[in-house]
Design a protein around this ligand. Structure first.
Ligand SMILES: Cc1cc2nc3c(=O)[nH]c(=O)nc-3n(C[C@H](O)[C@H](O)[C@H](O)COP(=O)(O)OP(=O)(O)OC[C@H]3O[C@@H](n4cnc5c(N)ncnc54)[C@H](O)[C@@H]3O)c2cc1C
Ligand code: FES
Length: 284
């Protein structure tokens, strides 16, 4: 399998948004919506798991949003958005047929080639499952190339669990192990309770031969990387996806600078040992 991080498509003019239209909008949580978006001119828009697009709501603004769909079906670009401020809220309110601007794909994604032949531990917190979903599709599409696949997913409350139908489908498969936990059990939740990091010591995988993909709030990633190290996973085998405010997304403006690296150009996915000291720095 070629390293898809190096085979992502070349972008002709990275600052020029392409016009796209929302084809489908689906609610995935109390304040989370998943949009299927189709570019008008070049519907075949390949991307690598972990990459992101800059999405524009014209007249409101532009924000980075990760791909959350299947990289094997790139004609349909899928983005899962949490409404937190003006632009993300405007995005979640777009209905079928409405226009959205697209720049991308940008960034360095998950290390799919390095995962070949190894156990893969995917640790997701809250909305962090969205940028990891393309990697899971890819792992399952080429299942025989990897060792055990373990998905550990945690949210604050049961109603915040994303992609429920798919999680259930994956749970029924024998070739991926899925554990879901919530911080606070409310309603009719009879599953596991506790933060996602508590699942790591109990998970069944071979730490010296494992690679870990971690995405979620930064505090969760700090504790998850510590738990993975305690379990015996090498720092060089742990990858995290960082989120920083962005403007240009092509390494020009410095807005996303994170120590010596630019998150837009050198990330958002980083090998843990390369950014360990920076993970403690709060966003400016
Ligand atoms: C590489 C990358 C991928 C991302 N992928 C997704 C995704 O798949 N889905 C999604 O919903 N969001 C994603 N985000 C975060 C998203 O870009 C921000 O939520 C958005 O920019 C907020 O813009 P706004 O105008 O709606 O709100 P603002 O008014 O700009 O911000 C509202 C609140 O959100 C906080 N915030 C803003 N930007 C970020 C950020 N980058 N990270 C954390 N907190 C932030 C602000 O501090 C503020 O508290 C991603 C960010 C990056 C850098
Ligand atoms: S967003 Fe401009 S350098 Fe990264």
């Amino acid at each position: 399998m070629p390293d898809i991080r190096t085979t992502a498509p070349r972008i002709v003019d990275p600052m020029l948004p392409r016009i796209a239209r929302v084809r489908r909008r689906r609610r995935d949580g109390p304040d989370v919506w998943t949009l299927d978006v189709e570019p008008e001119v070049t519907p075949d828009a390949a991307f690598a798991p972990g990459q992101f697009n800059m999405l524009t709501v014209f007249g409101v603004g532009e924000v980075p949003i990760s791909f959350s769909g299947d990289p094997i079906r790139p004609g349909r670009l899928v983005h899962t958005v949490r409404s937190v401020g003006p632009v993300s809220t405007a995005l979640t309110q777009l209905g079928p047929g409405e226009v959205v601007g697209l720049r991308g794909p940008f960034g360095v994604g998950w290390p799919m080639a390095e995962a070949i032949g190894r156990d893969v531990v995917v640790v997701a917190g809250g909305l962090g499952l969205a940028p990891l979903r393309p990697a899971l599709y890819r792992l399952l599409a080429e299942r025989s190339r990897f060792g055990k696949i373990v998905l550990l997913y945690g949210t604050r409350r049961p109603e915040e669990i994303l992609f429920r139908r798919e999680l259930e489908e994956w749970r029924r498969r024998l070739d991926i192990h899925v554990e879901v936990t919530v911080d606070h059990a409310v309603g009719d939740w009879y599953g596991q309770v506790g933060v996602v990091t508590t699942l790591i010591p109990r998970a069944s995988f071979d730490p010296p031969n494992a690679i870990a993909l971690v995405c979620g709030p930064e505090i969760m990633m700090r504790f998850a990387t510590a738990a993975l190290r305690d379990a015996g996973v090498a720092e060089e085998a742990i990858y995290v996806s960082m989120e920083r405010n962005m403007k240009c997304a092509i390494g020009l403006c410095g807005h996303c600078q994170f120590g010596p690296v630019f998150v837009c150009r050198d990330g958002p996915v980083f090998r843990y040992d390369r950014i360990r000291s920076l993970l403690r720095v709060k966003e400016i």
